[in-house]
Design a protein around this ligand. Structure first.
Ligand SMILES: Cc1ncc(C[n+]2csc(CCOP(=O)(O)OP(=O)(O)O)c2C)c(N)n1
Ligand SMILES: [Mg+2]
Length: 770
């Protein structure tokens, strides 16, 4: 790895921990986390009978490592992503720190209350990262770290850099997203990244097979991470020092996960017998221990030993990312602990009362705060003061112009227009271009970002030499510096959308808006879909460009043809879907999409573009404000029929020239509508019926009731995406589009094959008129 090593050491060392007080705090955290779930399920009225749920076992597993972190090690500048099922622990801690009001403790999973999983946008208390989709929440701090560094390198004022911490479940490491992120070459340079794995050997359904730790640790090390392990607690470690101790260590070390979990549930006699097996040394050691001592020693794992955890947190070196494997017990200290079916198990009322006794609390007064002036109260007050931070005031993003004034002439595809867009933007609106950051998973040049890259450069976490700088045949200059504005990732679509989400959240996280644009081949939107959607859910605002799309990339063949993405675009909340046909329309809509980023109430956008060259004269050379407003509202009339139309032909994107050719054949009675956004028309239809706020006027503009006629809709994609237009005026409608997997061929052959060619459109129109 070349380049400048990057470090991010926490600002000041902490005082020595007071372990007794921390133990008392963790007992209270365990109690509150359990009680929050208990109240939601066993106390609060349940009107519908639908199970409320919550995860007492997954929460208990994280109690020690979260107590140690928040009450001893965390600093105001750090950000933490918490495993989804430990949200009650986070809320319990926030309550003890005075950051969450008491009534909320009774609101887990209630409408307007605490969310099931940590939510940065919906929870009332400080939550740094939204989680819920396992693996995605774990990787978010990596992308958060990159976004934070990007701001710093580009001299956008941002709060001091802290650690980016993920607390994750061990089964989250099954997720490809995790390994896709870890394998990215930039990630090994992010010394502020710390992962703590809650290694409780259990997932949802089962005990994680065998012993995964060695393999996993090797994978992190190979990727350049520091690996720390907190395996046993001090009680067990002191036993290892005694005669027979080595045998005991070997016995526990070598036992498969399933056996360890089984022995956690064994009664003392069974534990003694199974543990010692035929080892005389072990039997002698076990013989010196009372039942209680043996039981306690066997379950004394490092992930529940606050002192060991704090030692590990403080052993982290900040010249590379670190993972700490902390061995824990799912359901720790609860009657359900270690049972393979405890994932959704809930304590009974009796068990809850018993727990109150065990933890020295009162089930009748579950939310009692720490006594002011008590050691726990003092510790909580000190931690709250140390963690206090001001929320940044979002700076307003630069004003985006409405148009760039380019004359779109000759033949141009929307993908070409996309490449040219950046040249114009840098020239006409440099203050906007300064905030634009593009990201691509190894498809920057093939999605036409080459011109932009030559102007803006490539961002890297440290300077790197461009070995081809003096090569006259190089068209795209791979000049990597800390001031570049394109970020190149490996072929990793999940990383792409993860990073986009975090670049799109800097306005709210750090008060500094960025305008992130990611490019991806449209067929791979499906692969990135869930993490992309999750990024939008979590508050990121960005633009995703899917190009090329559809069967219009004809010779590329069926493996690269996207079909369902228009429906995805319409269905995705928090995002407007655009599929323009012409260069001018792309310019206007992309500028508009940029103007919606990086602000409260802003929105993401998804563009489906094409490599089909289209004669720009077909758009009618209307560059008026009135046309622009229609383009931004979702579509415009491209050809008006003489008199009332006999048929309305509606086209979107690359299919529009076919629609116009069909209209030529059909003659004066055919009216042609060019859609730029099926999504906005769908919203308008709902708005007209009183659902949602969207203004309905565009419907009257494009489809006035007095001009209602049978309709044929055409797009290069799932025909279902435009079929809703039948409802605008209750007319018969034939939806044309792609319904089968495709194959290579010339555009005409392929369009004919999928029946979206002009002839098929004419046929569909005539059938409707019969
Ligand atoms: C992408 C995704 N797949 C499946 C789930 C359902 N799910 C929730 S938790 C869980 C198991 C998690 O195990 P682990 O991460 O080890 O956490 P633990 O409950 O053991 O603390 C699963 C499969 C999910 N939330 N997200
Ligand atoms: Mg687990």
């Amino acid at each position: 790895m070349s380049g400048i090593p990057t470090t991010s050491a926490p600002s000041q060392p902490h005082a020595a921990p007071d372990l007794d007080t921390l133990e008392a705090v963790q007992r209270r955290v365990l109690w509150l986390a359990t009680a929050i779930v208990h109240h939601a399920n066993r106390v609060r009225e349940n009107r519908s009978g639908v199970k409320v749920g919550g995860h007492q076992a997954s929460s208990a597993s994280m109690v020690s490592l979260m107590t140690a972190l928040w009450f001893s090690d965390l600093r105001a500048e750090d950000r933490v992503s918490v495993k989804p099922h430990a949200s009650p622990v986070l809320h319990a801690i926030n309550y003890l720190l005075g950051r969450l009001e008491r009534p909320y403790l009774e609101s887990l999973r209630a409408f307007g209350g605490l969310q099931s999983y940590p939510s940065r946008t919906k929870d009332p208390d400080p939550v740094d990262y939204s989680t819920g989709s396992v693996g995605i929440g774990a990787t978010a701090p990596i992308w958060g770290a990159m976004a934070r560094r990007y701001l710093e390198h580009h001299r956008f004022e941002a709060p001091p850099r802290g650690r980016e911490i993920a607390l994750l479940g061990d089964a989250e490491l099954d997720e490809g997203a995790v390994w896709e992120a870890i394998a990215d070459p930039w990630v090994a340079r992010l010394g502020e990244v710390l992962w703590v794995v809650d290694l409780n050997r259990q997932s949802l359904d089962r005990v994680v097979p065998d012993i995964a730790f060695g393999r996993l640790a090797g994978m992190f090390e190979a990727a350049g991470w520091q690996v720390l392990t907190v395996k046993y607690g001090r009680r067990l470690e002191s036993l290892f020092e005694r005669a027979g101790g080595e045998d005991l260590r070997r016995r526990i070390d070598e036992m498969p996960n399933e056996e360890y979990q089984r022995l956690l549930r064994a009664d003392p006699a069974e534990l003694r017998e199974r543990l010692q097996g035929r080892s005389a040394g072990l039997a002698a050691l076990a013989g010196e221990l009372a039942d209680d001592e043996l039981r306690a020693a066997f379950r004394d794992l490092g992930g529940h030993d606050i002192g060991k955890l704090i030692e590990a947190y403080r052993a982290v070196q900040h010249d590379r990312p670190t993972v700490i494997f902390a061995y824990t017990i799912k359901g720790w200290s609860l009657p359900i602990e270690g049972h393979p079916e405890n994932h959704s198990a809930l304590l009974t009322v009796d068990q809850f009362a018993e727990l109150a006794k065990q933890l020295g609390t009162d089930a009748e007064d579950p939310w009692a705060p720490f006594e002011p002036g008590s050691p726990e109260g003092e510790l909580a007050a000190a931690a709250a003061a140390a963690l206090a931070r001001d929320e940044p005031k979002p700076q307003a993003p630069p004003k985006v112009p409405a148009s760039l004034g380019r004359k779109h002439r000759g033949k141009e595809s929307t993908q070409q227009a996309f490449g040219r867009f950046f040249v114009d933007l840098v020239h006409d609106a440099p203050e906007v271009a300064e905030r634009v950051v593009t990201v691509s998973p190894d498809v920057a040049s093939s999605t036409n970002l080459g011109g932009w890259i030559n102007k803006a450069g490539i961002w890297s976490v440290g300077e790197r030499r461009d070995w081809f700088a003096d090569d006259p045949q190089t068209l795209v200059h791979w000049h990597e510096t800390t001031s570049g504005r394109h970020i190149e990732l490996g072929i990793a679509e999940t990383n792409l959308v993860g990073l986009l989400g975090e670049l799109g959240a800097t306005w709210s996280r750090h008060g500094q808006p960025l305008l992130p644009i990611g490019t991806i081949y449209d067929p791979f939107v499906g692969r990135a879909l869930e993490p992309w959607s999750f990024g939008i859910y979590a508050g990121g605002q960005s633009i995703l460009i899917g190009t090329p799309s559809g069967v219009s990339l004809a010779p590329e063949g069926g493996a690269h043809q996207s079909i369902v993405t228009p429906s995805i675009g319409i269905g995705q909340p928090g995002c407007t879907f655009w599929e323009p046909a012409f260069g001018q329309d792309l310019e206007w809509t992309l500028l508009h999409a940029l103007s919606r980023l990086g602000r409260p109430g802003g929105e993401s956008a998804y563009f489906r573009l094409s490599t089909r060259p289209i004669d720009q004269a077909l758009a009618g050379e209307d560059a008026s404000d009135a046309r622009r407003e229609l383009v931004l509202a979702g579509g415009y009339r491209l050809r008006r029929s003489a008199g009332n139309p006999a048929v309305t032909l509606v086209g979107m994107g690359a299919a529009v020239p076919e629609v116009l050719r069909a209209a030529d054949t059909l003659g004066d009675g055919a009216e042609v509508i060019c859609l730029t956004s099926a999504d906005l028309l769908h919203r308008a239809l709902r708005g007209r019926a009183g659902f949602g706020e969207h203004p309905p006027e565009i419907l009257d503009e494009l489809f006035p009731a007095e001009r209602a006629a049978p309709m044929v809709t055409v797009l290069d994609g799932d025909p279902n995406a435009l079929a809703f237009l039948a409802a605008v005026n209750a007319v018969p409608l034939t939806p044309l589009g792609v319904t089968r997997f495709g194959q290579s061929g010339d555009l005409d052959d392929v369009y004919r094959h999928h029946e979206i060619d002009a002839e098929s459109i004419v046929g569909a129109a005539l059938d409707l008129l019969d």
